[in-house]
Design a protein around this ligand. Structure first.
Ligand code: VG1
Ligand code: CO
Length: 542
């Protein structure tokens, strides 16, 4: 008998966060930790019997070992078939696509996204459902509940599976199909965008740099940009996935994508720069000398999506996470389409996309995507930008100038205070929450509070409610500050302070956001008494 039933004792702390379960790698590698969580996932979906799953990850340390364990557990739990990316690799959006394309019952994706990788860094696992999207809160609650009372798990006692060769194998009665991680995804992108127009643009001398940050998008970007679109070899840098991301931090923001930013701000900058994160669902967009904030990028993509074949009939609606700026709302209003404001995390977009209420979604954290999959999609955003640039034949700066003149500019920045003592962060948030009701009418740094609340979301599709999704403070002149604790960190707590101020299209549109927001930043300090954190300033400003 190859199926073993192993006694298990619950681990504390198997509560999935904003995007799956994320822990220090060593914690994930404790004997039984991964196994308990995988068994809890199977329990939450009423078993794996007869089911088909997609499996892959961003290639970080422990990726292939975890895949071996998951395959053996899927077999022992009676799964029918598992589709795995060759070498254990699948970007998050590619996994989402495969689940949908092959009508799988779900997928297990191994990643801690933008967090560093390695034995002393981070690891993660999330489950996506049959629609290709991250498990909703009701499902992650079931996973947690099972993890707290688990008494055994099942695993097949078989040799390791060959992940290096594409093809089909039998593992204790289950079919394992190893596939090219890029092929299906590349085909989907070719369906959505005008590759001929983009190819012509490259042929005409258009120059681009794509920084894959040693993470999973390297092979995807090389195939799409260099092989299929004819960008010169070398357009993609850091294109080999490595288990510790070249000791880097695969977070595509101006701080961590420093190499790219320096090149794009230099004299010989290419026309267009982009980067993606560990698992390929985020994107950074930067023009010659101009960083495009993710909130603005969402708005520009929504306003111009009709220029790409897949969206030529227009878009149904736009959704953004609450902390994301109002820029996309202005576009939706002008297009007379619906706009939605959801809590942070892609799982909240799933129902809106499934119901056809929205076509494009985005978050201020460098995530943009559409109804082509049920995850945010870094390369999709890059290709849509390229398609727009190819049709409009303008530079990124010209497009942004035109956009801001038309809609006005929402100056935006996020300040992160990382690895704070959890108690201190909780205390600060609770203290602020308790004072919210009294803030209206008070002045801070010369700004008058109009209203303040704790954001709650009522899902219009399934009727579910989510409370405490961030503290919002609105000011009389239209500025807004949001305070929120991160749900993806693995060390202490991270406080995110989201800052926003509107400038009309006739005003000063090209100021430095930190300067344009100086008053709002000061108000945030005064309201939340940020000096209590004992920090000189934020660790990261995006
Ligand atoms: C962060 C971002 C959020 C994003 C999440 C997952 O969450 O703020 O917008 O959806 O990461 O992104 P938090 O809870 O730390 O603020 V990724 O690229 O991990 O899949
Ligand atoms: Co990610």
């Amino acid at each position: 008998m190859t199926i073993k039933t192993v006694q298990a004792t619950p681990f504390a702390g198997q509560k999935p966060g904003t995007s799956g379960l994320r822990k220090k790698t060593r914690e994930f590698m404790q004997p039984g930790f991964l196994e308990n969580f995988v068994q809890s996932i199977f329990a939450a979906i009423d078993g794996a019997e007869g089911k088909t799953f997609v499996l892959g990850g961003d290639g970080r340390f422990f990726n292939t070992d975890a895949i071996q364990t998951i395959l053996k557990m899927a077999a022992a739990n009676g799964a029918k078939r598992v589709i795995v990316g060759q070498g254990g690799l699948l970007s998050t959006p590619a996994a989402s696509h495969l689940i949908r394309k092959y009508a799988a019952d779900g997928g297990l994706i191994l990643s801690a996204s933008h967090n560093p990788g390695g034995i002393d860094a981070d690891f993660g696992l999330k489950f996506n459902g049959a629609n290709g999207g991250p498990a909703p809160e009701a499902l992650t609650a079931k996973m947690l509940a099972h993890s707290q009372e688990i008494s055994e798990y099942k695993i097949a006692d078989v040799a390791d599976i060959d992940l290096a060769t594409c093809g089909t194998q039998d593992v204790a009665g289950m079919v394992v199909e190893v596939i090219d991680p890029v092929a299906d995804y590349a085909m989907l992108m070719e369906d959505l965008f005008d590759f001929d127009a983009i190819r012509d643009m490259f042929e005409g001398g258009f120059r681009m740099r794509f920084d894959a940050m040693h993470a999973v998008t390297g092979p995807y970007a090389k195939t799409l940009l260099e092989t299929r679109l004819g960008a010169p070899v070398g357009t993609v840098i850091n294109g080999e996935p490595s288990p510790d991301f070249g000791k880097g931090h695969p977070d595509p923001n101006p701080v961590w994508a420093k190499t790219l930013m320096t090149e794009m701000m230099g004299d010989d900058a290419p026309d267009f720069g982009a980067a993606s994160d560990g698992d390929g669902d985020r994107n950074l967009i930067v023009g010659k000398g101009l960083y495009v904030s993710p909130s603005d990028s969402l708005a520009v993509l929504a306003a111009n999506a009709h220029l790409a074949p897949a969206y030529s009939n227009g878009i149904a609606g736009v959704a953004r996470s609450m902390p994301t700026s109002s820029a996309s709302d202005r576009v939706a209003e002008a297009l007379r389409i619906a706009s939605y404001e959801t809590p942070t995390g892609w799982k909240f977009f799933g129902n809106l996309l499934d119901a056809g209420r929205v076509t494009i979604c985005g978050e201020e954290s460098a995530g943009t995507g559409s109804d082509h999959v049920r995850e945010k999609d870094g390369l999709w955003a890059v290709l849509l930008w390229l398609n727009i640039l190819a049709v409009r034949k303008q530079s990124v700066t010209e497009i942004m100038a035109d956009h801001w003149q038309t809609y006005g500019r929402d100056y935006y920045s996020r300040h992160d205070y990382e690895a704070l003592p959890s108690e201190l962060a909780t205390d600060l948030m609770e203290g602020l929450a308790a004072r919210l009701a009294d803030l209206s009418g008070q002045d801070f740094a010369g700004l008058t509070v109009e209203s303040a609340d704790s954001f709650a979301y009522h899902d219009p599709v399934d009727g579910s409610d989510s409370q405490n999704q961030g503290l919002r403070i609105f000011f009389k002149d239209g500025a807004r500050i949001v305070f929120r604790l991160s749900g993806t960190g693995t060390e202490g707590a991270t406080l995110r302070v989201y800052l926003q101020r509107f400038e009309a299209g006739t005003g000063a549109l090209f100021d430095d956001p930190q300067e344009a927001l100086a008053q709002v930043i000061q108000a945030a300090h005064d309201i939340a008494r940020l000096e209590r954190l004992g920090r000189e300033g934020p660790d990261v400003r995006t």
